[in-house]
Design a protein around this ligand. Sequence first.
Ligand SMILES: NC(=O)c1ccc[n+]([C@@H]2O[C@H](COP(=O)([O-])OP(=O)(O)OC[C@H]3O[C@@H](n4cnc5c(N)ncnc54)[C@H](OP(=O)(O)O)[C@@H]3O)[C@@H](O)[C@H]2O)c1
Length: 284
Amino acid sequence: MGATGATGGALVRSLADRAVPCRALGRDRQRLRARLGAAAGPLVEAHVADAADPASLRAAFSGGRQLFLTMENGPRQVEFELSAIDAALDSGIEHIVKISSPAAEPDSPVAIARGHHAVETRLRAAGVTATVLRPYAFMQNLLLLGPGVAHGGLVVGAMGRAPCNYVDCRDIGEVAATVLTRPGLAGGTYSLTGAETCSFGRLAELLGRLRGRPVRHLDLPPEQLRAQLGAEGGLPGWLADHVVEIQQLAITRPETPTDTVARLLGRAPRGLEAFLTEHIDVFR
Ligand SMILES: NC(=O)c1ccc[n+]([C@@H]2O[C@H](COP(=O)([O-])OP(=O)(O)OC[C@H]3O[C@@H](n4cnc5c(N)ncnc54)[C@H](OP(=O)(O)O)[C@@H]3O)[C@@H](O)[C@H]2O)c1
């Protein structure tokens, strides 16, 4: 699922590189075609399905053995993921790899992580092999800071000096491909991180150095960041809340790197400076 998205798209490319056949799902055929690009072909079969339509999921899963389950964040996320698990069970899927998140706990301070906990719980009780990937924030999220850096020279947040961890979605896709193709790894819960932590202050310094123009870190009280993202920035309320919740979580729970990506992929995770260098034009 989610072949047009960040992790699902990376997984499809990784499976194609390994010559492993798969079915790539999305709600819109044109978007799928555009996202799959050269990966589409005999090994990668594009298939339209919508989690709001369980029959379309069952048709998409028919004949499959393993499911990669991811869903964009949103008010119906839990409902859609549970519906995908039910359809997978109806279709005889034997192994489900779910994208979850850190702090996926029943009393998590992050509402979306509470939803991931509910889906993980259902998945573990479903009677199939369940693998859970819990990545820290995607490096690709940092591109959303691009306009503020390019036009205002500012990195704006509400987590003070908290050390944050970022993981490249391409590494998540490779890990997913690895757990789908090495049976001994199926059934685990994997916390996926990059190799280093970085505060927003250090991020601003790094971006300033890489683009050759200074960048300042502006730390706001949480309620001010929420207002800036929501009413002023046009984000829906639940998403503005989510950004503030994960930033507050970073203050209370240090995002310590793990060696999981290195262990599973046999190489170090992609680095933050390399990622920012690759995308520096977004911040110019
Ligand atoms: N961003 C982070 O830093 C971060 C960190 C930890 C965990 N996570 C978790 O990662 C997950 C999202 O990652 P991602 O890479 O998959 O995100 P994404 O890039 O937002 O992609 C989401 C995918 O969901 C698909 N989708 C949306 N609605 C659908 C529906 N009704 N039926 C079928 N497919 C639907 C979209 O496909 P179409 O729109 O093409 O149909 C898209 O491919 C979330 O669960 C989030 O909580 C994110």
